[in-house]
Design a binder for this molecule. Structure first.
Ligand code: ADE
Ligand code: ZN
Length: 346
């Protein structure tokens, strides 16, 4: 008699998701600043916050769109003053990531958010890099750093940042583009991305989060990106989907962020499974977990329960994260073997 396949209970699926070896490819380190740490750093740096309690602060995390969020996110980042602050922020993120089965993370930081308030590039970069090194020792998680240009500022400001980063370029794997998307097309940063490419850096860009599919085309054809951050609105353009699928471009999709920023109206309507079905190399990531209600495993769970994903789809998403990471071939093969071992005997 054929054995009936046992369904996984929700708890079993959650345990499976947490243990699933994975890479995180879309994480703004400033977006991992938990309210508790924000208060600790405000106290440490003798700063006043416009909120009396953690609960009051969390209650303000109610966003209608990307800009609503960015206003609060940039305000929150102001408590980051010293190298130690950036180190503590980074190590706190990696503690969460390691607990969520992350073997490797490629994290963003926004240097201009700090240099524009007179915190030197070195303070942010050295603090984050020290946190990444400590995380490697403490949790065994490998990582890379990507510096993002703020697209609401002009290209000259991006060039100033790129020049300031010069002494760190051996420890920065790539450049990215983030902040307010609408009205700030990728084209605006064509020359600075060309300079970054010439310097041997990887190139990634947020596109198609709120902005149109045309911005994704520009990110591909003008910025020559190696990876696409978000990319949701690419689904509106079948020719673009075909191009992304044929080139196996990695999309760093962020389900809870999409829901909290009203990019999707409901998790039941998230397009993650449509992306996989259309042959896109989609991955799941947490974007700004302190603001959006959860780290990477929570994002996997929200997608899994919202869209009724099966284990094969979850494994595919994890596999895509290692395929899309900027890893050397040997490390990538090692991580893929660990994933295969887990998928066979979870
Ligand atoms: N900066 C931090 N999170 C962002 C997001 N989701 N989109 C654009 N810029 C960001
Ligand atoms: Zn992002």
């Amino acid at each position: 008699m054929a054995q009936e396949r046992k369904m996984d209970t929700p708890t079993e699926l959650e345990t499976f998701i947490t243990g699933l070896p994975k890479a995180e490819l879309h994480l703004h380190i400033e977006g991992s600043l938990e309210p508790e740490l924000m208060f600790t750093l405000a106290r440490r740096n003798r700063l006043d916050l416009p909120f009396k309690t953690v609960e009051e602060l969390r209650a303000a995390y109610n966003f209608s769109n990307l800009q609503d969020f960015l206003d609060i996110y940039y305000a929150g980042a102001q408590v980051l003053r010293t190298e130690e602050d950036f180190h503590d922020l980074t190590l706190a993120y990696f503690a969460r990531a390691a607990a969520d089965g992350v073997l490797h993370a490629e994290i963003f930081f926004d240097p201009q958010t700090h240099t524009d308030r007179s915190i030197p590039f070195a303070v942010a970069a050295d603090g984050i890099l020290a946190g990444m090194a400590a995380a490697r020792t403490r949790y065994g998680v490998t990582s890379e750093l990507i510096m993002c240009f703020l697209r609401h500022l002009d290209e000259e400001a991006a060039f100033t940042t790129f020049r300031a980063a010069e002494p760190w370029l051996d420890r920065i794997i790539g450049v990215g583009l983030d902040s307010s998307e609408a009205g700030h097309p990728p084209q605006k940063f064509a020359r600075v991305f060309a300079a970054a490419g010439a310097a041997g850096l990887k190139r990634v860009a947020h596109a198609g989060e709120e902005g149109p599919a045309a911005y994704v085309w520009e990110a591909l054809d003008v910025l020559h990106i190696d990876r696409l951050d978000h990319g949701n609105r690419a689904l509106e353009d079948p020719a673009l989907v075909a191009r992304l699928a044929a080139s196996q471009m990695t999309l760093t999709v962020c389900p809870l962020s999409n829901f909290r920023l009203c990019v999707v109206p409901d998790m039941n309507l998230h397009p993650i499974d449509t992306m996989l079905a259309q042959g896109l190399r989609a991955t799941i990531n947490s974007d700004d977990p302190a603001y959006f209600g959860g780290y990477i495993a929570e994002n996997f769970k929200a997608a899994a329960f919202g869209r009724n994903l099966n284990k094969a789809q979850l494994i595919q998403l994890a596999r895509n994260s290692f395929l899309g990471a900027f890893l050397d071939a040997a490390t990538q093969a090692d991580y893929l073997r660990r994933l295969d071992g887990f998928a066979t005997f979870p």
